[in-house]
Design a protein around this ligand. Structure first.
Ligand SMILES: [Zn+2]
Length: 107
């Protein structure tokens, strides 16, 4: 193996090792947080009654567009007053307006 080849081989090996280690070390916490978060959304869907209209633009929830439960203050409490049932468009606008999602930023 030449020095040139070693240069290209080594980072590849390192990144694979690093990825593996990182996954193992961070998995419990990361998984826990994710489960907690999606668990809450399940709970919301089960306990809150969907609105017939978007709470922001008043568009009918007629199945022609996606509706989401949007948390107003992003504290994710289980208080119905902290949530709004809105169409996907208003949900995105709301999150941008409240700095939750930066425009053009990918997750
Ligand atoms: Zn709307």
């Amino acid at each position: 193996m030449t020095d040139q080849e070693r240069k290209y081989t080594k980072p590849k090996f390192n990144s694979g090792w690093f990825k593996h280690q990182k996954t193992g070390a961070e998995n419990p916490n990361w998984k826990g947080n994710k489960a907690k978060h999606s668990g809450l959304h399940c709970w919301i869907r089960e306990h809150f009654t969907p609105e017939s209209k978007c709470e922001i633009c008043k568009r009918d929830n007629d199945g022609s567009t996606l509706f989401d439960w949007s948390n107003k203050d992003h504290k994710y409490s289980r208080d119905r007053n902290d949530w709004q049932h809105v169409c996907r468009k208003c949900h995105i606008n709301y999150d941008i307006k409240h700095n939750v999602v930066k425009p053009g930023r990918k997750k």
